[in-house]
Design a protein around this ligand. Sequence first.
Ligand code: PLP
Length: 450
Amino acid sequence: MTANLHAPTPTRNYSASVELHREASDVLAGGVNSNFRMGGQPAPLFFDRAEGPYLYDVDGNRYVDYVLGMGPNILGHAHPKVVQAVAGTLEKGVLYAGQHRDEVELALRFCAMVPCADQVRFGSSGSEMDQAALRMARAATGGRLVVKFEGHYHGWFDTILVSVHPPLDEAGPEEAPVPHLPTQGQSAAAAQDVAVLPWNDLGVVKRFLTQHAHETAALIMEPILCNTCVVMPAPGYLEGVRALCDRHGVVLIFDEVITGFRVAPGGAQELLGVTPDLAVYAKALGGGFPIAAVAGKRQYMELLGTGAVLHGGSYNTNLVSTAAALATLEELASDGGASYGQMEARGQRLIDGLRELGRRAELPLHVQGLPGAFNTCFTSEQGEPDITSYRDYARRTDAGLQRRLLKALQDQGVRVTSRGTWFMSTVHDEAQIDDTLAAAEAALAEVSAE
Ligand SMILES: Cc1ncc(COP(=O)(O)O)c(C=O)c1O
């Protein structure tokens, strides 16, 4: 570990961001274009440019970026191969509302990388492709209910925005959660077809399907729970769920919007060796450009193919996003996928380094997940076992300390998501890991001094 070049606390200036946010709030609702971008400290930051692992804000502050657009920029920002591919398409137009050669090329590459993909359909965002997967499952089975799990996120649409991070006093019994709708204006009728279960408990799934299989179309889950603390499935859990879905004729959907092309080229299903019936991909697929996919077994995908199930979208496979996705997958697969090994080695160094720094600072900093995507939070004591579910996370972690650490990291030039999730890219190198660990040392010292 390098000497801590970052102490004492630097005084960072965020005044241009604060001013722009004030100005923006007059014409943009909340000054932002996604509710998930609200709530920065001291304001949602405004950025000027990004390159490789770095992001630069309008006050001239530089950050080693572990947000990476909430995961998509797996090759870092403005990767030359992606930029070149996109630039190369611009003169050919952007949208044909018709087919082009590159989308076939992309489908071939995608299906070669993703285990469940006999066929694929591309769209523009994860939220909408989750809808397509649910629609196919209902059409295939005639079932009404979709089972989703507490703490998992499958996009912001009414039909599935249920019990993502419910307040514990509104969440109901642990084994039979009360579906929680997080936003005003949501259709309660749409959400009536969703049943919520705790994740990582096979007995609960077994009991539920014994009673409700006849009316259940699908189980949808993040196979690695990235939207809550990056929780791994318990040994045998995914295999058990797979077997139960087979036994009861229920469609198993993996939402690989975060894990796809990140935790392994084919996603969590490749890493963990369990193949779903359908899967949804987005984020890293496009290397920062808007593209998403639903893929799966032919018997389900054919429902789209025959037109029995409708899926549309004006911007689907626009030339720009298709070119970006092709370049991204090509780069990820190059050299036999060597960039994954390098990314993982550096991510692991960061995980180990952060754990060590937490111990030295005598703070209960808890780091869990995978080298390509991991989470930092504070538990009550050092060395506690990993968090295994949403309720475990909500009960055992200290949101106040988390917030202080994230602000201290930001002041030290390191940007991490507001949930404490760190995404790695293939271009974060040893020097940035050194800098990040030095910044984290200073940030932790600040947190423990407060
Ligand atoms: C697991 C998961 N599914 C679906 C979505 C929604 O994707 P999008 O934001 O592209 O609509 C997200 C977004 O973060 C996600 O993390």
